[in-house]
Write a protein that binds this ligand. Structure first.
Ligand code: ADQ
Length: 503
């Protein structure tokens, strides 16, 4: 069982809220968005503890402290801000985190900008986070760092003489050796990461890639316990685990059944009568595969004209990182494709094939979209997990939704028995999957969705946190069952193509 007495110190790039100057000159606090916040908020609220991170504002003033204290009182745990200058943000966050690690770890090395000044800033800012942790932490706290912005945090803490156990969870994928090797700072980074005592990955794929890198780049590392432990000559062993993240499934289900969401979903459906509603929901990000998805939808409409006027794609895109040129270009590309497709197929006074929503929608509106849709099209080029896939299933309360899911989303390993898996680079395959989903018999939809909903409920976020904390305390991962793996099978692919072309 988890030692409930241990206080939890969560360290992540951002605090789970954003402060910004309000119209009256004071500070406004807004809840943050994104997978990490969605996953951890309910847990810290229940256990109590400290969350260390950047508060979303450059100046660190008494006013910021006061605003955080007010929010912390409401939230039930302490918020410890890390002050980052605009220059830090540019080099550490926009630079190294989002122009080097993000594309590299999603296998998109050609999008990387390996600017050495970004690396220096990343080292300095990780040092800075370590200083705040040192000021906050008590010796018996449980310190849990999150994600690719903090790969060097443990090494910085160790350098300062900190000896308590440190755990880390990587929310994004870990790349295979050939891609990781492109990183100019590959040895330093890998060695620094091994200063954590527990490293958690989303999937066996990421675990395999990591072990492959350790084997190749660190000949002095001794890998044991069925690759779940790495020993180095100069330090104690590091546990390497796989913990696929979940969602607060019960909360999504409850909200999806609420009167407000039911009314909003019915209103959406009333606007699109007799139509199959396909939903895409993504942060604006080139890893999410939005342009290829739109091309697949266009191909489905061309190849299966019977879908025209019977299918509507609602694509919600949440603005993100729009100060990075690649993201602005992506936005333009999406708008262009939406325009082209609507231009080609829209019927005068009637059907518009794509409804494009470019804004952050609030949670209940998002759930209403999930509930109103019969099909979710989740096709990232690569994704650590992808919570949208799980949220859609939790909200499909009538049990007849169809999930089309990229085989390169971490979620594919757990959801392969219910979802229609697609290769997001294969436009024809995706177009066929759209057709298959639209024409799937009701009984098959229900059987698939039942399996998906059971999995999402069972493997929820509370179980994820509990398992991670138990693993951190046990330090021996042999007792922890490994989650399912996903590797495409030639037989399944052949069977798929045989069915796709059978008349
Ligand atoms: P993200 O890249 O942010 O997370 P994802 O897992 O899809 O990706 O999570 C997106 C989250 O944003 C979902 O919880 C969703 O509800 C929320 N969201 C979507 N649309 C929204 C909107 N309009 N307004 C507000 N919130 C919205 C990273 C990794 C993923 C990994 C998660 C969790 O990149 O691979 O699954 O962390 O570990």
């Amino acid at each position: 069982m988890i030692d409930q007495a241990r206080r939890l110190v969560v360290v992540s790039n951002r605090l789970p809220l954003v402060l910004s100057p309000g119209a009256d000159g004071g500070l406004v606090s807004k809840p943050g968005s994104g997978g990490l916040v969605t996953a951890l908020l309910p847990v810290l609220r229940d256990r109590g503890g400290v969350w260390v991170g950047w508060p979303g504002i450059a100046d660190h003033t008494a006013e910021v402290e006061a605003a955080l204290d007010r929010s912390a009182k409401k939230a039930g745990y302490r918020l410890a801000p890390v002050a980052l200058s605009a220059e830090d943000q540019a080099g550490f966050y926009h630079g190294f985190s989002n122009e080097v690690l993000w594309p590299l770890f999603h296998d998109l090395q050609s999008l990387c900008n390996f600017d050495p000044s970004y690396w220096r800033s990343y080292c300095e800012v990780n040092h800075h986070y370590a200083q705040v942790v040192l000021a906050e932490a008590r010796p018996d706290d449980f310190i849990w760092a999150h994600d690719y912005q903090l790969l060097l945090l443990a090494a910085e803490l160790r350098r300062a003489g900190f000896t308590a156990p440190l755990a880390f969870f990587l929310h994004i994928p870990f790349p295979p050796l050939d891609i990781y090797l492109k990183l100019p700072w590959r040895f330093t980074l890998l060695r620094a990461l091994l200063e954590y005592d527990l490293i958690g990955f989303q999937t066996l794929r990421d675990h395999r890639n990591f072990i492959q890198c350790v084997r190749a780049l660190m000949p002095d590392a001794h890998i044991t316990h069925r690759t779940r432990r790495v020993d180095l000559p100069d330090r104690r062993g590091v546990s390497i685990g796989v913990f696929p993240i979940g969602i607060d499934a019960a909360a999504f289900q409850r909200q999806a059944r609420s009167a407000g969401v039911t009314a909003a979903a019915n209103a959406l459906r009333a606007e699109l009568p007799q139509r199959e509603v396909i939903l895409g929901v993504d942060r604006l990000d080139y890893t999410k595969g939005i342009p290829l998805r739109l091309e697949a939808f266009r191909l489905a409409l061309r190849q299966y004209p019977e879908l025209q006027e019977h299918v509507t794609l609602i694509q919600v895109v949440v603005p993100s990182r729009d100060d990075i040129p690649q993201y602005r270009n992506l936005k333009t590309r999406i708008e262009q494709l939406v325009g082209e497709i609507n231009g080609e197929f829209t019927r005068p006074g009637g059907w518009v094939p794509i409804h494009y929503v470019y804004r952050s929608v609030d949670r209940l509106d998002l759930i209403a979209y999930y509930r109103a849709a019969q099909i979710a099209l989740v096709s990232p080029l690569k994704d650590g997990m992808n919570l949208v896939a799980k949220e859609f299933c939790a909200c499909s309360v009538h049990g007849d939704g169809v999930l089309i899911l990229s085989e390169f989303a971490g979620a594919a390993a757990q959801m392969q028995n219910g979802a229609l898996l697609v290769n997001p680079y294969d436009i024809e395959g995706m177009a066929n999957a759209i057709h298959q989903a639209c024409t799937m018999p009701h009984a098959e939809r229900q059987a698939r969705m039942k399996r998906l909903r059971q999995g999402v409920s069972r493997q929820d976020v509370f179980r994820w946190v509990n398992t991670f904390l138990e693993a951190a305390i046990a330090r021996d991962l042999d007792a922890f069952p490994l989650p399912p793996d996903y590797v495409p099978s030639a037989e399944a692919e052949q069977a798929y193509w045989d069915t796709a072309f059978a008349e």
